[in-house]
Design a protein around this ligand. Structure first.
Ligand code: TGC
Ligand code: FAD
Length: 387
């Protein structure tokens, strides 16, 4: 394994504040010292490296961009955290994306003062884990068609329905569940152990193996009426959460791509064929040059996206462009890195194939590549092509 030096061809470091660099370097060191030594085993065994959760809590990685309950870092620093985590493994970044963008964010933004007091400190420290349940077996790209339903019964809501592909579903102390109440999408906080709520781990995944994914069942599940998120109605609620997580993915994908590029570059300088390092062949150089160029373009996209977010000028379509581009870019780079590594590239002794298979999930979740194409197509033409 080679030491990771970072990929910064256009000297973007010069544009970072000392605080942003410090945060990036701290997470980089955490990934080198605590994540990389254990990630292969977790991936092979097919579970989240749970021992890292308290450490990430201590580092302030959960809800890092939230004021009062988190460190309140700016959007570029938040993105750099995601980049470094995904340089370790997409599963780890997923864990933090869900905890921060999909659980703490909706409680912070739409929750009551009691919800915030009860959950945010524990979620920030990692003493509690959360999950976000939007997708259903019959409604992935089209969450507006969801069938999960809540009905009112005195001081309770009765929840019925199934959710699937839920990251952290089996580990979660609290699930942010989206279901229709009188035909309108609403968010409910469902606590572990609530009668009628169960979670079953999805086995045999070949991607995101270092992340736990579950199916959730709500069978006449009685949720106290205070657990309704009061601050939002309609699909806007989950979509606003997705904006936070998709923003993190755009940065995270750059991290995965950087890991693969560095691995391929180092390997190409050491691997000898036809009496020369393979990096001396024009075809390999072209692949490396294309990888570096695409990473640099993606870094610039992220940097500007972060500025727009901090200036409150970001649109969800800006985020779609960066998620769509950067994940496709990272997946292509992971595949090319795997190719440069030859047969060695198919083993977990190297990182590229682990990133490659993880990125297949990232390409699909949080809006598939093609759904983001349609979101952007809609924005620029004014013509909707979903239906
Ligand atoms: P559509 O009519 O296009 O939009 C409904 C209204 O919402 C507005 N809107 C948004 N607002 C804020 N943020 C966004 N991202 C928004 N997208 C759309 C839109 O402007 C409209 O507003 P208005 O005022 O005109 O009514 O809705 P639609 O029913 O046609 O559906 C399209 C949509 C947006 C749902 C679809 O394009 C989409 O995004 N599908 C993807 C679903 C998805 O991303 N699911 C993710 C599940 S969670 C997950 O994957 C977690 S992975 C966790 C991990 O990291 O491990
Ligand atoms: P579908 O929507 O069935 O799409 C299948 C194919 O059809 C795709 O290629 C898609 O682009 C295409 N397609 C669909 N509609 C159109 C259209 N209108 N035009 C053209 N093409 C179209 N969800 C959560 O709620 N919470 C989570 O924590 C979560 N974590 C996940 C973790 C993992 C490991 C995975 C794999 C998924 C996770 N998801 C989660 C679910 C994820 O968000 C969905 O898988 C995703 O939204 C796509 O839905 P689908 O799989 O049902 O695919």
């Amino acid at each position: 394994m080679w030491d990771f030096k970072g990929v910064d061809y256009y000297e973007l470091d010069a544009l970072l504040t000392p605080e942003q660099k410090l945060i990036r370097n701290t997470v980089r060191q955490f990934v080198n010292e605590s994540v990389l030594p254990v990630i292969r085993e977790s991936f092979e065994e097919g579970h989240l490296p749970r021992s890292l959760v308290p450490e990430m809590g201590k580092l302030g990685l959960f809800g890092a961009n939230l004021k009062e309950y988190g460190a309140g870092v700016d959007s570029i620093a938040y993105g750099l955290i995601m980049q470094e985590l995904e340089r370790g493994d997409s599963g780890l970044r997923s864990f933090v994306s869900v905890q921060s963008g999909l659980v703490m964010y909706p409680i912070y933004t739409f929750g009551s003062p009691e919800h915030k007091k009860r959950w945010l400190p524990k979620l920030a420290s990692g003493d509690a884990i959360g999950c976000f349940a939007l997708t259903e077996p019959g409604h992935g790209s089209d969450p507006g068609g969801m069938e999960s339903k809540a009905t009112k019964d005195g001081n309770y809501f009765i929840l019925n329905g199934n959710k699937t592909w839920i990251t952290n579903g089996t580990n979660a102390d609290v699930a942010v569940v989206w279901a229709k109440l009188d035909g309108v999408v609403r968010g409910f906080l469902v606590e572990k152990g609530t009668p009628g709520f169960s979670a079953v781990k999805i086995e045999h995944k070949l991607s995101m193996r270092a992340s736990d994914t579950a199916e959730l069942y709500f069978n006449n599940c009685r949720v106290p009426k205070e657990n309704l998120l009061p601050g939002v109605e309609d699909l806007r609620g989950p979509l606003m959460c997705l904006n936070q997580a998709r923003y993190g993915i755009a940065w995270g994908a750059v991290g995965a791509a950087m890991a693969c590029y560095e691995e391929a570059l180092n390997y190409s300088k050491e691997r000898i064929q036809f009496d020369k390092p393979i990096g001396a062949f024009q075809l390999v150089q072209r692949k490396l040059v294309e990888m570096l160029t695409e990473i640099t373009k993606a870094q610039l996209l992220c940097f500007r996206l972060g500025q727009l977010k901090d200036q409150n000028r970001i649109k969800h379509t800006h985020i779609s462009m960066a998620k769509r581009n950067n994940v496709a870019m990272a997946l292509q780079i992971a595949r090319t890195a795997r190719d440069i590594l030859g047969a060695n590239g198919i083993t977990l002794d190297y990182q590229s194939i682990r990133h490659m298979v993880n990125l297949e999930t990232v390409y699909t979740y949080e809006g598939t590549h093609d759904i983001h194409t349609l979101i952007l197509g809609h924005d620029i033409t004014g013509l909707e092509a979903f239906r």
